[in-house]
Design a binder for this molecule. Structure first.
Ligand SMILES: *Cc1c(COP(=O)(O)O)cnc(C)c1O
Length: 468
């Protein structure tokens, strides 16, 4: 399978080069040249298969012959061996037509593990077979950094440096980054905010000489492989509820639009998804976009679902490319408008296409707390705040027509204990391996908010450039 850029001016790449590139040279995001099609019979056959077997069948057409089937099977099995639930993504019935899909049984208790565990193994495998090394650099406000470190710890061909704002992440989040003692892992506490960390990472990617010297690679949510890996659980969940003989809807707690775009991909591949519900907290750029047709940045407000406190949804560009008939020049003009004016307005035809595919709802702080309280008191189930936003939106948007609605449970409640206690006065118990983290000693380096200081540190410590 080959991949093209959403802005139309970067060279086509094969799967492995797309994996290593992350962002395209023209600033665009990669998508496959066409959507693989799975037949009704093939989807029906998933009913009797394990998560890993379904993953192999769903992912193979995106990879083509670039990885030997037996090697791919091995990487998939290894990626999901770190999950504490054998079914990887268990589905739970709540009440009436509502279900939750638990995506938080990976090592760092958030759904990002599902894609990151596989991405890391694929990347290390490619680099090892090419006798190359790479250096991963990323910024985190909390969840992504831990998931990336957990996935890359001990990797042979990759070193990882994660920048986080010193004193501005939760204890659990920090410990998940600072208790990986492997030599290829570096947690960097930056004297600054998350925005400063992101600006430093951007600065490194824009410094071509540095980028080449350390062979910089990115694993943020615009990497195609993260979206691809997330399509799998839409299939396993829908089939468990009667697809392909029946339609299923999904409600997705949304920030960067990566997870819900994976649902769109599953639908393009032949899965009968009725509605894709975009659930946001008060940082509602996507809800406003669907209402008005204008995509306009606003200021970010802190909520109890911090992984969705975002006012620019990077993966939305992939959807724009789709509804614009894959016209890269049109996407480029939207993005130019966004850069120059802080907003852009979609053509009516593009907006109508998006409205045919998606519905959206905003769930504010009081509503989120009320959902958590209600589910805890009546159903004796503790939801994390991100999942509560998802269920709140599902309840607002479900037409009550008997179609099952699956809300993606994107984090374990023990990852956000303070918010859970504030909303429903219970203390969520963390799994043993996370509780144990809290007593371990920490390894991190403290650096100034200064690009050249951070670049020097990375060059001195990355195996690709380190002396001796
Ligand atoms: C990242 C994240 C989200 C948002 O996912 P996107 O793919 O960015 O839309 C939702 N919930 C949790 C817990 C997350 O970590």
């Amino acid at each position: 399978m080959n991949y093209i850029s959403s802005r139309g001016r970067a060279p086509q790449l094969g799967f492995l080069d797309t994996l290593l590139a992350g962002l395209a040279d023209d600033g665009g995001l990669y998508l496959p040249v066409s959507w693989p099609q799975l037949s009704h019979e093939q989807i029906a056959s998933f009913k009797t298969k394990t998560y890993e077997e379904v993953a192999f069948e769903v992912l193979s057409p995106f990879i083509g012959d670039e990885i030997e089937p037996e090697i791919l099977r091995g990487l998939i099995n290894k990626a999901y061996s770190s999950f504490s639930d054998q079914s990887i993504a268990p589905l739970r019935h709540l009440e009436d037509e509502h279900y939750v899909l638990e995506l938080f049984h990976g090592p760092t208790l958030a759904f990002k593990d599902v894609a990151m565990q596989l991405l890391a193994l694929l990347m290390d495998h490619v680099l090892a077979t090419r006798h190359q090394r790479a250096t991963i650099v990323g910024a985190t406000s909390g969840d992504t950094g831990g998931a990336a470190i957990e996935a890359f710890r001990g990797a042979e061909a990759t070193d990882i440096f994660i920048l986080y704002p010193d004193g501005r992440v939760s204890d659990v989040q920090r410990k998940q980054m600072t208790t990986a003692y492997e030599a290829n892992v570096h947690a960097l506490a930056i004297d600054g905010t998350f925005d400063d960390c992101q600006a430093l990472v951007k600065g490194m990617f824009n410094d071509q000489a540095f980028r080449d010297r350390v062979r910089l690679a990115g694993v943020n949510s615009i990497n195609w492989v993260r979206v691809m890996a997330q399509t799998v659980y839409y299939f396993t969940a829908a089939v468990a509820l009667g697809a392909p003989e029946r339609d299923i809807s999904f409600s997705v707690p949304t920030g960067n639009f990566g997870d819900i775009f994976a649902g769109y991909v599953a639908k393009q591949m032949g899965l009968p998804i009725k509605q894709l519900m975009i659930a946001t907290n008060v940082n509602d750029i996507l809800v406003r976009t669907l209402e008005t047709g204008t995509y306009a940045r606003d200021t970010v407000v802190a909520t109890s679902s911090p992984s969705m406190d975002i006012q620019v949804s990077s993966n939305f560009e992939r959807l724009l490319f789709e509804v614009a008939g894959r016209d890269g020049a049109r996407v480029q003009s939207y993005m130019d408008e966004l850069r120059d004016e802080g907003q852009f307005t979609m053509d009516d035809a593009h907006l109508e296409s998006i409205r045919r595919l998606f519905v959206a709802a905003r769930v504010d702080q009081n509503e989120t707390d009320a959902v958590m309280q209600d589910v805890q008191s009546r159903l004796k189930l503790i939801l994390d705040p991100h999942t509560a936003v998802g269920l709140g939106a599902a309840r607002k948007l479900a037409p009550g027509d008997g179609v099952p609605v699956v809300t993606l449970a994107t984090a374990h409640p023990a990852k956000f204990p303070a918010s859970v206690e504030a909303a429903c006065h219970v203390h969520p118990t963390p799994p043993a391996h996370v509780a144990e983290l809290l007593n371990r000693s920490e390894k991190s380096d403290f650096l100034a908010n200064d690009l050249s200081a951070v670049e020097s540190f990375i060059e001195a410590n990355a195996r690709i450039t380190a002396k001796g």
